[in-house]
Design a protein around this ligand. Structure first.
Ligand code: HEC
Length: 104
């Protein structure tokens, strides 16, 4: 049990550290679609499924909003969709919004 807790704590620390360091390199990397995809696979795939269309949550390829709408929903959540503003940086949310729109 203690080992498990230590593992979880380490994971959380690793995640929060990497979130706070937003270097110019990180910005460039996040403009690369493959990084948006890895964010998607970490935070979104369990509900929206591979490619945005194969999960229990709505098919993201059918998302009717614009980029601002997508950013808003990812930041603040909607219905059963959780808010991500405490877990993702604004840059990451931006990259995910672009990714969602790219699925259309
Ligand atoms: C716990 C499950 C869950 C996770 C994780 C999740 N979503 Fe959602 N998402 C939902 C549900 C459920 C809805 C429908 C919300 C509603 O209207 O009730 C939704 C709606 C959306 C919508 C609006 C779709 C539309 O057509 O209106 C977008 C865009 C979206 N999610 C993007 C994301 C992104 C990007 C991530 C990862 C950062 C993510 N979601 C993570 C469950 C989830």
């Amino acid at each position: 049990m203690n080992k498990f807790l230590a593992f979880v704590t380490t994971l959380c620390m690793a995640a929060s550290c990497s979130k706070k360091i937003v270097s110019p390199t990180a910005v460039t990397e996040l403009q690369n679609p493959s990084n948006a995809l890895s964010l998607y696979n970490n935070f979104c795939v369990r509900c929206h499924g591979d490619g945005g269309y194969s999960g229990k949550a709505p098919n993201l390829a059918k998302f009717a909003g614009d980029k601002n709408d997508a950013v808003q929903i990812i930041q603040s959540g909607e219905g059963r969709m959780p808010a991500f503003k405490d877990r993702l940086t604004r840059i990451e949310i931006d990259a995910l919004a672009d990714y969602v729109l790219s699925l259309k």
